[in-house]
Design a protein around this ligand. Structure first.
Ligand code: FAD
Length: 341
């Protein structure tokens, strides 16, 4: 994972602490920020070091305060009008020197569109290693090495990637894989305002406007209830079954890749390895076989309810409640029962 030809970070031992990038948009923290706070706190406690939040943006006081309440010991706030809307150049230019000065031994970002974009720029500038899209993280307090764990070979193996000779050890973390840190109102921590020297006229990109479109992917990722269907629906016209059910239970429709590839439904509905990772309170899987590439995107749901006519379908291995039966009979019956309550 080390940057090629970059040699070794000279003062490796002087790096201490766990840093997390608190992603926010318009003063609203991205859910992954608090997931990083959760795992970051665990790593910091194991190493006996502080958890440091890095917040960049404009008018982000409330986010910084919440970062303390979610477990950060220290929050560094970089506030400037030019950071109001995310731009790689502006954010990297402001964050990189601060990371260089603070010297956290670990630095984490969410594997979101923003986090993936920013992490690469920061890692190359700092000439350190970056493990992208981790699904688990651990640390060895003896060696102080981060185990950055991510699926490899079509998710069939888990690769543990170590960054031995460079600091910080950087990783992006797939959203929804980590338990979010609970908010503890009244928790004390230090909020430090870092002066930002950024001249808008020196930036190569200019934000002309922001078009706020409803984002179906975000809707699915945040849904408390997901109603997902697969090839067992047999025909695109039967998708109506899913949408009707979703309406009754207040859910958002998800899909297996099989029916996305078949063109029955848009890719924004796809759950799994090459789709979205979801972690709703309830996940309904109707006519989905439960291939590993699908389950990796939903197995952390709180309650999984599966309907499949094949008793040996692998979906039943991850399901909390399973009905072996024909979905065309079971789903309408379940819907009628739920509507009645
Ligand atoms: P099938 O496997 O065909 O299963 C249909 C199920 O419906 C069967 O279990 C059957 O018993 C049941 N069924 C049929 N009729 C009925 C009925 N009347 N009542 C009840 N049950 C019925 N897949 C994803 O979902 N997401 C991904 O992100 C993803 N990424 C992939 C990436 C790679 C690199 C590869 C190689 C594959 C990926 N896949 C992904 C595909 C994955 O391997 C499976 O092929 C896919 O998930 C299968 O979709 P399915 O369960 O809808 O279809």
């Amino acid at each position: 994972a080390a940057a090629r030809g970059a040699g070794e970070t000279p003062d490796l031992e002087s790096y201490r602490g766990v840093g997390i990038f608190i992603e926010q948009h318009g003063g609203q923290a991205a859910p992954v920020a608090w997931e990083l706070a959760g795992i970051g706190r665990k790593l910091a406690d194991k190493l006996g070091v502080e958890l440091i939040g890095f917040v960049a943006g404009h008018q982000v006081e409330a986010v910084a305060q919440e970062a303390v309440e979610r477990g950060c010991d220290r929050v560094l706030v970089m506030d400037h009008p030019a950071l109001g809307v995310y731009r790689n150049e502006a954010y990297a230019r402001v964050l990189t020197p601060v990371i260089r000065e603070v010297k956290p031994e670990i630095f984490l970002l969410g594997a979101t569109t923003t986090g993936r974009d920013l992490a690469g720029t920061i890692a190359t500038t700092l000439q350190t290693g970056l493990t992208a899209d981790c699904t688990q993280l651990d640390v060895d307090p003896e060696t102080r090495l981060l185990d950055a764990i991510r699926p490899a070979f079509l998710e069939k193996q888990l690769a543990v990637i170590l960054c031995k000779k460079h600091r910080p050890q950087m990783a992006t973390v797939r959203p929804k894989m980590m338990e979010p840190a609970p908010r503890q109102p009244g928790r004390q921590g230090e909020i430090v305002r870092v002066p930002v020297d950024l001249d808008e006229s020196t930036l190569r990109t200019r934000v002309l406007g922001v078009i706020d479109e409803p984002d179906p992917q975000a809707q699915l990722e945040r849904a408390d209830v997901v109603v997902a269907g697969g090839r067992g629906l047999q025909d695109p016209k039967n998708l109506k079954l899913l949408f009707d059910f979703a309406q009754v239970v207040g859910g958002v429709v998800g899909a297996s890749r099989a029916i996305v590839d078949a063109g029955w439904i848009g890719r924004e509905h796809q759950v799994g390895q090459t789709g979205l990772t979801v972690r709703p309170k309830v996940y309904f899987a109707f006519g989905i076989s439960g291939a590993i590439q699908h389950t990796v995107g939903m197995e952390n749901s709180e309650l999984i309810v599966a309907v499949n006519k094949d008793p040996d379908a692998p979906i039943f291995k991850v399901a909390d409640l399973g009905v072996v039966g024909d979905l065309f009979a079971v789903v309408p019956a379940l819907q009628a029962e739920l509507a009645r309550r």
